[in-house]
Design a protein around this ligand. Structure first.
Ligand SMILES: Cc1ncc(C[n+]2csc(CCOP(=O)(O)OP(=O)(O)O)c2C)c(N)n1
Ligand SMILES: [Mg+2]
Length: 428
C-alpha cells in the first residue's frame, strides 16, 4: 500500500518553513539562514566597458586563489562516487563526439554543451530514485544519461535519425520519456518546466505518494515570471520540487552581474518561504549532498528546496557562439576548477579509490561505449519521407495516462456551500 501523505494543519505547515526568520525580541532586524556548502567563495567581478560602439567585459578580483579540494560527501561511498565520475566522463566525451559530428555536417541544427557543468548535471540526477521525475534543460545531457538515455539516443536525436527519441521530427533536445525513465521533455520557454514538475509532484501526491521531482533553471531563466509562479505554487502546496538554479555566470552573452543585484540567487528562496542552499557546482559531492537532502525533504512531504549551483559555462551558449565576449582570465580561473579533473584527483590521489590502472580501464570503457554508440548512430537511417506526418512525441492511443503510484486518493466532492455561493456571485 502506498503511504498516505501526512495530513497537515495550517499551523504545521507554517512551522515547517525552513527559511523562517529569527528575530531576537529586542531587535527590529530579521535574519534568515542560507546553507552554503562551498569551500571557496570566489570574489570576482565583471565590469562592462564601452569602446565606441563595442562593448567588452573586464574581470577583476582574486583570480589566483588556490583551487579548493572536493568536499567529502556525507552520503556517497566509493562505488557511488566512481559511478558519478563515470557519468561525468561519458557526458563530457559524448559532447566532444557531438561537436565532431557537427563539424562533419552530420548534425541537423545546433548543439548545446554543458562543459564545466557535468558534476552538477550528473550528481544531481543521481540523487533521484528510479520512480521519481526529472525535467532537464539543454545543459543537462549528463542528467539524461543518468536517467537511462544512452549516448546513441542523444546522438541520433541531434542527427534527426529515424531511431531517435522523436523519430527524427525534432532535431534538438526536446525529448523525454514518460513511460519508463520518468523524464519530462525540456520546454524551451525558460521556467515552464517548473510548474510542470510541480504538477507531477501534485499528481503523485493525489495518488498517495510524496516523491521528489527535480528540474533546473539558469541564472537568466530564474528571473522569469513563471519561475516565480511555479516555485511559489510548489511552496504553498508543500510539493517535493528540487529546483537547481544553475548559475553558470552567463545567460547568452549577458553576465550574471548584469542580470540581478543580489549576491546569491539562493537568497530568493527566502521570498518563497523555502530552504535555499548554495553549492559549488563543480564539486559533485556537494551537489549530491544538497540534492539528496532536498529529495529526502521532498519524500517526507515537506516541500520544495532551491539549490543554487555556482559554476561557469565553459563554452558559448551553443555551438554557433564562440563566446569571445568572455574575458580569457575568467575561463582560465574556472578551467583550474574543472569538475572532472578535480574529481579524478579526489578518486585517484586523495581517496585512492581507483588505482591508475583501474582509472585507465574506466576511461577505455567509456571510450569504447562512445565509439560503439557513435558508429551505431551514424549508420542508422534517416526517417522516410512518408513517415513525416507521424507523431513527434506519441502515436495514436498513447495518450492514455495511467496513475503510476496508486489510485487517486481524492474523489470528486461537492464544493462547500460557501464556495458554491461565491461562484454563483462571480457568474452573475
Ligand atoms: C522565456 C524565455 N525567454 C528567452 C528565451 C531565449 N533564451 C534561450 S536560452 C537563453 C539564455 C538562458 O540563460 P540562462 O538561464 O542563464 O541559462 P544557460 O544558457 O546559461 O544555461 C535565452 C534568453 C527562452 N528560451 N525563454
Ligand atoms: Mg546561465
Amino acid at each position: 500500500m502506498p503511504k498516505k501523505p501526512k495530513a497537515r494543519s495550517h499551523s504545521n505547515h507554517r512551522a515547517s518553513r525552513a527559511s523562517r526568520p529569527t528575530t531576537p525580541a529586542s531587535s527590529s532586524q530579521r535574519t534568515y539562514t542560507i546553507l552554503d556548502y562551498r569551500l571557496e567563495r570566489p570574489r570576482i567581478e565583471l565590469r562592462q566597458v564601452r569602446d565606441g560602439d563595442t562593448v567588452r567585459y573586464e574581470v577583476s578580483g582574486d583570480l589566483s586563489a588556490p583551487v579548493p579540494p572536493i568536499r567529502e560527501s556525507k552520503y556517497l561511498g566509493k562505488q557511488q562516487c566512481i559511478e558519478i565520475y563515470r557519468w561525468m566522463l561519458l557526458n563530457r566525451k559524448m559532447e566532444a563526439a557531438l561537436e565532431n559530428l557537427y563539424k562533419q555536417g552530420k548534425v541537423v541544427g545546433g548543439v548545446y554543451f554543458g562543459l564545466g557543468q557535468e558534476g552538477c548535471s550528473c550528481a544531481s540526477a543521481y540523487a533521484l530514485e528510479p520512480d521519481e521525475w526529472l525535467g532537464p534543460l539543454i545543459r543537462n545531457q549528463g542528467s539524461l544519461l543518468v536517467r537511462g538515455f544512452s549516448p546513441r539516443d542523444i546522438m541520433m536525436q541531434y542527427m534527426a535519425r529515424a531511431g531517435s527519441p522523436t523519430k527524427g521530427r525534432d532535431a534538438s533536445s526536446h525529448f523525454g520519456d514518460i513511460q519508463k525513465r520518468n523524464v519530462v521533455a525540456p520546454i524551451s520557454t525558460l521556467g515552464d518546466l517548473i510548474p510542470v514538475l510541480a504538477g507531477v509532484a501534485l499528481g503523485a501526491r493525489l495518488q498517495g505518494k510524496n516523491i521528489a521531482v527535480m528540474t533546473y533553471i539558469g541564472d537568466g531563466g530564474q528571473s522569469t515570471g513563471v519561475t516565480y509562479e511555479g516555485l511559489n505554487f510548489a511552496a504553498v502546496q508543500n510539493l517535493g520540487l528540487v529546483l537547481f538554479v544553475e548559475n553558470n555566470l552567463w545567460g547568452y552573452s549577458t553576465p550574471a552581474d548584469m542580470q540581478f543585484l543580489i549576491e546569491d540567487l539562493a537568497e530568493r528562496a527566502i521570498a518563497y518561504g523555502i530552504p535555499g542552499v548554495i553549492v559549488d557546482g563543480t564539486d559533485p559531492c556537494q551537489v549530491y549532498d544538497a540534492a539528496h537532502e532536498a529529495c529526502e525533504r521532498a519524500r517526507r512531504g515537506e516541500g520544495p528546496t532551491l539549490i543554487e549551483a555556482k559554476m561557469m559555462r565553459m563554452k558559448g551558449h551553443a555551438i554557433h557562439d564562440a563566446a569571445e565576449y568572455v574575458p580569457k582570465p575568467l575561463f582560465e580561473y574556472w578551467k583550474k576548477r574543472d569538475p572532472i579533473a578535480r574529481f579524478e584527483n579526489f578518486l585517484v590521489n586523495v581517496k585512492k579509490w581507483l588505482t591508475p590502472a583501474e582509472h585507465e580501464k574506466l576511461l577505455a570503457g567509456v571510450d569504447a561505449q562512445l565509439e560503439a554508440d557513435r558508429e551505431f548512430a551514424v549508420a542508422s537511417p534517416m526517417p522516410t519521407p512518408e513517415s513525416a506526418a507521424g507523431g513527434t512525441y506519441c502515436e495514436e492511443g498513447c495518450h492514455e495516462v495511467k496513475p503510476k503510484y496508486g489510485v487517486p486518493t481524492v474523489k470528486s466532492r461537492k464544493a462547500p456551500a460557501t464556495l458554491r455561493a461565491e461562484s454563483a456571485v462571480h457568474l452573475k
